[in-house]
Design a binder for this molecule. Structure first.
Ligand code: HT7
Ligand code: ZN
Length: 873
């Protein structure tokens, strides 16, 4: 269809004051009676026709103020009242839907034996006709009725107000009322046979809140960590942002069929069970961290998304970027702040920079879209979160806190825009933030270059900074953005060189006080006086802006930063830069010996006893996909992967004794606990194991096999299996077979087994993946299975990007096969092609042919059509 444009936004002509829903759940014929209290919007067009959105709906009855209307006014995609009353009126519509036939998992559908809903972005219109747009806020009351045996649990938004049996039948009902006006995308119900883990908390103001996590029967023990994370998130939001919960109950439901991670429906969060269920035997440390993050994220939406929602979907980052920022801060407070930052930046560079540098690049506030479901992206979420972090860096923590408080105060109960949000910080700081707004409207990752010149005679260090943003689709010309560069000067002896303010340095007093250079022009020169020889500027500390920074630092300078920088993020980043330089040098046929890093890496390993999580991050090289973006063109991923493995092998060999000592020391580790300390120690040992195995595969495989056999937790077991995964042979296949037979009953663990095999960098992997698609545990109908096996394969740099095109063909074929059933999952899989233009010409031609095969299919969904077209465009 036609793209939707921000410039076409108009206020709705009608408002809905109240919605009453009466839902009779049935596996194949659920009846929904919706009674809407409507009135003309004084700000809209008087006497305009009323168009309610539908998506594949069938109406069985319609009445206006109690008078029946002809069913002909309802088509599958819309219901029209040509001349609605010019006063408040009541519209009743009855629809009939088949949840069992709903394979797209949008609207009302079945997951296992439960009924559940997913309404964001436009799923409510698959349940009933409605003004399905986020700026229409209404008070919802929902009555749900079902056979008691089919659905003993009946949940809705808000507070429970009534429940009971339907006399003379085997049916029962529950009534839920949500006093907070909300848009339809936050509506939800759940019905089914579910077990529940209960708990309770009290807000600072004394409101008691009943908490519940609903899971498939028999799994409540696996919900304990999610419940714990929920309570911590609730307390944190009160303490840090002053936001308290606002209902009597908070329910979380875990389902196994879900297109994304989770959904923040008011008072009734629905989760992909992957982000709820955990036990030491079945979940890894990364899974636990993911649960903590996603539970917090959905809970935090209660204020950033629900109480204050988005005026339209162009404002999606208003809630998503801000809520990601909040969950990142929460996790940073729960764990190591530096390590959390490193992990977030690694993910940002891998996913968001890749998106921003390819054909799917779009701005954080797009001005047009053809399929909103395709805009739940790393740019909206992660780059959006970086923008929030930059506000804080620029205006300082106090003005940031005042701006947030102003936002909550002023916009509570409304549907807001990113301009509204920015206005709060302009007001709280007294600053003009109009140039800063470019971060929302300009796509692409800005490049910042730093060039230094040191004059030994005058002891003056000159720093020249420059910025530019490469063109992105539809935005050929870019303007300079405001780049906050947190910085310091590190002397060769490790001490911090004091920085002076004043005209000679070119730094403003604010910049000096904040320790932040604001680069808002194409270039800028700074002069630092009385600087000791060998002093290195440390720029972009804490990754203070989402940019690609290139400096003229020598390897020795980087080792200085790696060893001495007071900023842990930059210590890590300096190491990453040296390591990626090594890989790229090896790729060009030059020497790629890690010897110059021996002392610095040894020191990292030594400090690993104190900060193992940080050490593990230093010992993990940039991913092939990240290195590919650094190279920028004509990439041969086989050669790149091989060069990266050679560097890993070199480090593994050079530091083998130290790594063996790390492994030996870990043998006495106590019982498993999913806390930051335990997770850090395991990450460190497993990084050591992985590098040892890179240096000496035979010995590494033996060590990995021993760890695989002896592990008492999934983290160590899976880490060992992935090391084995890189060593072809019978031992690997036997371990894989044993892993499957031990965990065949645990679908989320079987997903790890699928993903691990899909990641094997060997020529027969496509064949293996095709075979696994026939495995009884695989199903194209379950998003988690598809993401694990096909999504996992799409992230395999050498096999997805095979020179013969077989990898591209495999993913393209699955996309085509899946599109008719679940367009959202199909279009996410197609995202694997986001970096195809980086490849050398042979691969590029194969990728393009596969994309053309997809785009040439008849009857494609809007989701896949949009991604295919933009990928080729
Ligand atoms: N706000 C939620 C988005 C979401 C979603 C969007 C489209 C299709 C299915 C979906 N499930 C969840 C998730 C979040 O950011 O919290
Ligand atoms: Zn979200």
């Amino acid at each position: 269809g036609q793209p939707i444009r921000l410039s076409d936004y108009r206020v709705p002509d009608y408002l809905v004051d109240a919605v009453d829903l009466d839902i009779h759940l049935h596996e194949t014929a659920t009846r929904i009676r919706a009674t809407l209290q409507l009135r003309p919007n004084p700000a809209g067009v008087a006497g305009a026709p009323l168009h309610l959105d539908g998506d594949g709906l069938v109406a069985t009855a319609i009445a206006l103020d109690g008078e029946p209307l002809p069913l002909g006014i309802a088509e599958p995609e819309r219901l029209t009242l040509a001349e609605p009353p010019r006063r408040a009126f009541t519209l009743m519509v009855e629809t009939l839907v088949d949840p069992s036939a709903n394979s797209a998992l949008m609207g009302l559908y079945r997951s296992g034996s439960a009924f559940c809903t997913q309404c964001e972005a436009e799923g409510f219109r698959r349940i009933t006709y409605y003004l399905d747009r986020p700026d229409v806020l209404s008070v919802f009351t929902t009555r749900i009725e079902a056979e008691r045996a089919v659905a003993p649990v009946l949940l809705g938004n808000g507070n429970p107000v009534a429940a009971g049996d339907v006399p003379g039948t085997d049916r029962h009902f529950a009534v839920w009322h949500d006093p907070h006006p909300k848009p339809s995308y936050l509506f939800a119900i759940v019905g089914g046979r579910l077990d529940v883990l209960r708990d309770a908390t009290t807000t600072g103001a004394g409101r008691p809140v009943d908490l519940a996590v609903y899971v498939e029967p028999g799994k409540t023990a696996q919900a304990a960590y999610a419940m714990d994370a929920l309570k911590r998130a609730m307390h944190w939001d009160e303490r840090v942002f002053g936001r308290a919960y606002d209902l009597d109950v908070f329910n979380v439901v875990a389902v196994s069929d879900f297109n994304m991670g989770a959904m923040e429906n008011k008072g009734l969060n629905i989760f992909n069970d992957k982000y709820v269920l955990a036990s030491p035997e079945l979940a890894t440390d990364a899974d636990y961290a993911g649960i903590e993050t996603v539970i917090a994220h959905e809970y935090f939406h209660n204020w950033t998304g629900n109480r204050i929602t988005c005026r339209d979907w162009f404002q999606l980052s208003l809630k998503e970027g801000l809520t990601v920022y909040r969950d990142q801060e929460f996790s940073a407070d729960q764990r190591s702040r530096a390590v959390k930052r490193i992990a977030d930046v690694r993910a940002l560079r891998a996913r968001q920079f890749a998106e921003d540098g390819g054909p799917l690049a779009h701005s954080v506030r797009p001005d047009a879209y053809s399929e909103i479901n395709n805009f739940y992206t790393a740019t909206i979420y992660e780059k959006g979160a970086e923008i929030i972090r930059m506000y804080r860096t620029l205006v300082g923590p106090e003005a940031f806190d005042r701006g947030m408080a102003l936002y909550f105060d002023r916009y509570d109960g409304t549907a807001a825009t990113v301009e509204d949000f920015l206005g709060c910080f302009a007001e709280s700081s007294g600053r003009d933030l109009s140039q800063f707004f470019r971060w929302y409207v300009q796509a692409g990752t800005p490049r910042v270059t730093a060039t230094t010149r040191y004059d030994a005679a005058t002891r003056v260090l000159t720093l020249d900074l420059a910025q530019d943003t490469p063109p992105t689709p539809g935005q050929p010309v870019k303007r300079p953005v405001v780049v906050p560069l947190r910085f310091g000067l590190v002397r060769r002896d490790g001490t911090e060189q004091p920085v002076r303010t004043g005209a000679e340095a070119g730094l403003s007093a604010t910049e000096h006080d904040h320790g932040v250079i604001e680069l808002s022009t194409p270039s800028r020169r700074l002069r630092f006086e009385d600087v000791a020889p060998g002093t290195v500027p440390s720029l972009l500390r804490g990754f203070s802006a989402p940019v690609r920074l290139t400096t003229d630092a020598t390897d020795a300078d980087l080792v200085t930063l790696m060893t001495h920088d007071e900023d842990a993020f930059n210590r890590w980043d300096a190491a990453q830069t040296v390591l990626s330089r090594l890989v790229l040098a090896g790729l060009r046929g030059g020497p790629a010996e890690p010897a110059p890093l021996r002392a610095a890496l040894s020191a990292v390993i030594e400090t690993g006893a104190r900060d193992p999580a940080f050490a593990a991050q230093v010992l993990t090289l940039p991913a092939v996909s990240e290195l590919a973006h650094e190279i920028g063109r004509d990439v041969d991923p086989d050669a790149l992967h091989a060069a990266r493995e050679r560097v890993r092998a070199g480090i593994g060999t050079m530091l083998a004794p130290a790594f063996r000592a790390v492994l030996a020391a870990g043998r006495n580790a106590g019982p498993y606990a999913p806390d930051a300390a335990g997770a850090g120690a395991r990450a460190f040992r497993n990084a050591a194991l992985s590098l040892l195995a890179a240096g000496d595969p035979e010995n590494g495989a033996a060590l990995a096999l021993a760890q695989f056999d002896g592990a008492d937790n999934m983290t160590d077991r899976l880490a060992a299996l992935s090391v084995l995964g890189l060593v072809p042979g019978a031992a690997r296949e036997a371990a894989l077979a044993r892993f499957y037979s031990d965990f065949a009953d645990h679908a989320l663990v079987v997903d790890k087994w699928f993903a691990l095999q899909a990641a094997i960098p060997e020529a027969d992997t496509p064949e293996r993946v095709r075979r696994l698609m026939e495995h009884p545990a695989f199903s194209l109908a379950v998003p988690n299975r598809v993401y694990a096996l096909i999504g996992g394969f799409g992230a395999n740099p050498t096999q997805f990007n095979r020179p013969d095109g077989a990898g591209y063909d495999l993913v393209a074929s699955v996309v085509i096969l899946l599109d008719g059933k679940n367009p959202q999952v199909a279009s996410r899989l197609l995202g694997a092609f986001r970096s195809w233009r980086l490849m050398e010409p042979g691969r590029r031609a194969k990728a393009e042919a596969a994309l053309r095969r997809v785009s040439g299919q008849p009857a494609l969904s809007p989701d896949v059509k949009d991604i295919a077209a933009r990928s080729l465009g």
